[in-house]
Design a binder for this molecule. Structure first.
Ligand SMILES: Cc1cc2nc3c(=O)[nH]c(=O)nc-3n(C[C@H](O)[C@H](O)[C@H](O)COP(=O)(O)OP(=O)(O)OC[C@H]3O[C@@H](n4cnc5c(N)ncnc54)[C@H](O)[C@@H]3O)c2cc1C
Length: 501
């Protein structure tokens, strides 16, 4: 018999708060053993509302909740994403695509990348995009979900979503409230700690309401009201590796062609995102305030929109890094309250999902076992570090020397693990996925190559196949990819037929 958790209090109703609420509503045991779940949020403070691009793992979250994907996209005015186009990152005038999924197929136990590099180094294969169904379809504005088509690339189309963050929070709220989560509107003005051990006992709202709980989930955004404001957990600053510290966000009118991908365009002191939704395009300029003022950043952003702005540009300051402990005492920080690595590869919502999955795997009782908490913190920290290294790669591996910002990035000292990965790639073009790391070998390969790193050679094991056979097999795969992309409908038509808002 354990001292089970009787009540959970979530502070914050942004994407993190409602994802947590929906997860608890769906997965905690029913009946008398079910803890009460209360979510406190303040309409006056509002949500950050800019996290609108995701990675394919999000479909697993939807499935876990039992959400119908078409309904979710209709309600959030969402679209599909096959990867990210990076413009001007390696050098001005150059672009590359980081696709979801994989290039080609591995053959005879050797990575496809090795065979491709062999032909590339002979001048016979310009871009690996021709061997990726996601990259090829994206370039043609096509999309469809995968279906069982045997060996065809159509059986394996990896995709994620773009959606309206405000509508998503509302959608999850409906889901969670229908399953018993109680929402309390109000501003938390005080956090009461237990005398004997400093655990959180209750939060007090502006109107005097006191909400007690056994377990507190801090989803209060950058302010980290509980984890930092009350528990003073500390923050690890990663801005020497990821120096951007502000964003200007503005939605604009959409255009006829709805691209099935996110675009990231490097600018003189940062980069600009473009996220196409059904009813508008989300845009933002992420930049480093040491090199650019808010006014300058806003002007750059407004100069590069597809349509008329639909709101005033909004400034969002941030500091890249993470809390020293994501789970401290009886408080777990999720979302921006836990840390932020900047949105370059759309990983923040995934980090919420991942932390929730780990929390459910290590759901505590009221003894709050220290070993479980340590494991949770260790695993999440590793994940943050692995993602950080992947993001740093984009800044570090560049030829750009047109601004002091890019001079800084080009010369920064990479974290050790990234240094090793750069060495692996520069030599024989190898890219590896370490243990359970989020980004796979395709992602590392796409970005290393895309950023302009040219490997000295290729995996010698690829020579086990004759050059003619390599050419024949690669041509076969490239044709299958091209034919599959031909077969796919335009992205906008697919949306209209399945999930148009
Ligand atoms: C510029 C930028 C771009 C991003 N782009 C992406 C992206 O493309 N993809 C992605 O995955 N992620 C992205 N993110 C991250 C993503 O926006 C967040 O991870 C996600 O929205 C979760 O935010 P949140 O719920 O933690 O915080 P918020 O949305 O800030 O929510 C905080 C909540 O806490 C409440 N609150 C705060 N203080 C109090 C109080 N005193 N009393 C009561 N309630 C309170 C607020 O009312 C609000 O409900 C981006 C972030 C930024 C900054």
């Amino acid at each position: 018999m354990t001292d089970r958790i009787r009540s959970i209090v979530i502070v914050g109703g942004g994407t993190a708060g409602w994802m947590a609420a929906a997860t608890f509503a769906r997965l905690l045991p029913a009946g008398a053993a079910k803890p009460s779940v209360t979510l406190v949020e303040s309409d006056e403070i509002g949500i950050i509302g800019v996290g609108e691009a995701t990675i394919p793992q999000m479909a697993t979250f939807n499935r876990m909740l039992g959400i119908d994907e078409d309904d979710f996209l209709r309600r959030t005015k969402g679209s599909f994403k096959l990867g990210i186009q990076f413009v001007n990152w390696g050098r001005i005038g150059h672009s590359y695509f980081h696709p979801f999924g994989a290039y080609g197929v591995n053959m005879a136990g050797v990575s496809f990348h090795a065979f491709w590099l062999r032909l590339h180094q002979l001048g016979e294969a310009a871009t690996p995009d021709d061997w990726s169904i996601e990259a090829t379809a994206a370039a043609r504005g096509k999309f469809m979900r995968p279906f069982d088509a045997g060996n065809s690339p159509l059986s394996n189309i990896a995709y994620a979503f773009h959606f309206d963050a405000g509508l998503y929070a509302r959608y999850l709220r409906e889901f969670a409230e229908a399953r018993g989560v109680v929402r309390q509107e109000g501003k938390v003005v005080d956090v009461c700690l237990r005398g004997e051990d400093g655990f959180i006992e209750a939060v007090t709202l502006q109107d005097g309401r006191r909400i007690e709980g056994d377990l507190f989930i801090d989803c209060s955004g950058f302010r980290g009201l509980l984890i930092e404001g009350a528990l003073e957990t500390g923050y690890v600053d990663w801005s020497k590796w990821l120096p951007c510290d502000r964003a200007i966000a503005v939605p604009c009118e959409g255009v006829e062609e709805m691209t099935p991908y996110t675009r990231s365009t490097a600018r003189a002191a940062g980069w600009q995102w473009r996220i196409p939704l059904q009813h508008r395009i989300g845009n933002g300029h992420v930049f480093c305030s040491a090199h650019l003022s808010d006014d300058e950043a806003t002007a750059v952003l407004l100069d590069h929109l597809d349509g008329r702005p639909l709101a005033d540009p909004r400034v969002v300051p941030f500091k890249t890094g993470h809390r020293r402990r994501f789970w401290h005492k009886n408080c777990i920080a999720l979302g921006l309250a836990g840390g932020f690595l900047e949105p370059l590869e759309s990983t923040s919502i995934w980090l919420i999902q991942s932390a929730l999955a780990r929390l459910m795997a290590m759901f505590p009782d009221r003894s709050f076992p220290a070993a479980d908490i340590d494991r949770f913190n260790r695993l999440l920290l590793t994940e943050y570090e692995e993602i950080r290294d992947f993001l740093v790669l984009h800044y570090r591996a560049t030829e750009r020397d047109d601004s002091t910002f890019w001079d800084y990035c080009r010369n920064l000292e990479p974290p050790d693990r990234l240094k090793e990965k750069l060495g692996n790639f520069r030599n024989l073009g190898r890219s590896f996925r370490d243990n359970g790391e989020l980004f796979n070998d395709t992602s590392w390969f796409a970005v290393m190559l895309g950023q302009g790193i040219a490997p000295r050679g290729y995996d010698p094991l690829a020579d086990a196949m004759s050059l003619d056979e390599t050419r024949r097999r690669l041509a076969e795969i490239r044709n299958a990819v091209a034919n599959s992309a031909d077969y796919m409908p335009p992205h906008r038509r697919f949306i209209a037929e399945h999930c148009g808002a």
